[in-house]
Write a protein that binds this ligand. Structure first.
Ligand code: AKB
Length: 304
């Protein structure tokens, strides 16, 4: 029986993982550095993942055997202070890895990102293992994490599983400081009947994924036998690719009348170093990945 710890549980992914596991009646301990605004459907402890002793004591107290480690400073926010971003993203990773080895945790899920790629990665269609020269501190920490997960698997047999998430579309939480956040911001503006100022140019193409696909893919990856995984690093994964202009067109088709102005800022430079489309065929081959949601289906779920 899985007893799951989620770090960063009040973020975009965490809240949805809690709902998912609740439906399965799994035991979940959610942790975050702030208290939830509303009561959660699982256990909650206020804890900073940088506090290794506290996290270790929680793992022992609740007999945790699976960890979803979701804490991270995202790409755009990360650029405000690269030193803090490195410290949070990497020290939290190291703490969870060490605690997991010491407490014989069965499996860990840790999200990587399309931010690990760079302009030399053939951005038109990025394969599983191209040249990777990330341009953001966030991307650098994700790539370092990927190297560590391979290393810890080879050295200690530590079973960390990971997906290189594209932008994730969901509206339960406020955007978390990423470069793909424009989608959520545009959806929220349209719902309120507001115009929107987009921080990316209208033809910037990026890969995206609806939240249900993001959650179900992680759960599927965590459920398969380790011997079916041909890599011990993170898997490419994608739903569909869109530009702000295509998103606006599709929203207009759905009856939303609002204006979008384009004022690209520093996030444009980040987006220009990220994939337009992704080759996720290794995920399909190794563990049966298949997205359920395209742009239309994602908007149907989000706007209605
Ligand atoms: C971001 O934009 O920083 C994230 C990501 C793609 O990892 N959504």
């Amino acid at each position: 029986m899985d007893r799951i710890l989620i770090t960063g549980a009040l973020g975009q992914l965490g809240i949805e993982f809690i709902d998912h596991f609740k439906k399965l009646n799994s035991f979940v301990l959610a942790t975050d550095i702030k208290n939830p605004k509303e009561k959660l459907s699982c256990e909650f402890e206020l804890a900073n993942v940088l506090d290794k002793d506290k996290m270790d004591s929680l793992v022992k107290k609740y007999n945790i055997n699976v960890i979803y480690h979701l804490v991270a400073i995202l790409s755009a926010n990360g650029e405000k202070d690269p030193f803090i971003s490195w410290k949070l993203n990497m020290n939290s990773f190291q703490n969870i890895a060490q605690i997991s080895i010491e407490n014989k945790i069965k499996k860990i899920f840790w999200p990587s990102s399309i931010a690990i790629f760079g302009t030399e990665s053939n951005l038109n269609f990025v394969s599983q293992n191209p040249l990777m020269n990330p341009t953001t501190i966030y991307g650098i920490t994700k790539l370092a994490g990927e190297k560590l997960m391979e290393y810890y698997f080879n050295k200690f047999g530590l079973d960390i599983r990971s997906l290189r998430y594209p932008g994730i579309i969901s509206t339960k939480t406020v955007p978390g400081g990423g470069t793909t956040d424009y989608v959520i911001e545009m959806l929220n503006a349209a719902k309120k009947g507001n115009d929107y100022v987009c921080f990316l140019s209208e033809n910037t193409e990026l890969p995206m994924m609806y939240i249900d696909d993001a959650i179900n893919s992680a759960v599927k990856l965590m459920s398969v036998s380790r011997k079916d995984l041909s890599i011990s690093s993170s898997y490419n994964i994608t739903g569909f690719s869109i530009t702000p202009k295509q998103l606006l067109n599709e929203m207009s088709n759905n009856g939303f009348e609002f204006k979008v102005h384009y004022e690209p800022d520093f996030r444009q430079q980040i987006a220009d170093t990220w994939p337009k489309t992704i080759d996720d065929s290794l995920s399909t081959r190794d563990w049966g990945w298949k997205p359920k949601f395209g742009l239309k289906e994602s908007l149907n779920k989000t706007l209605n």
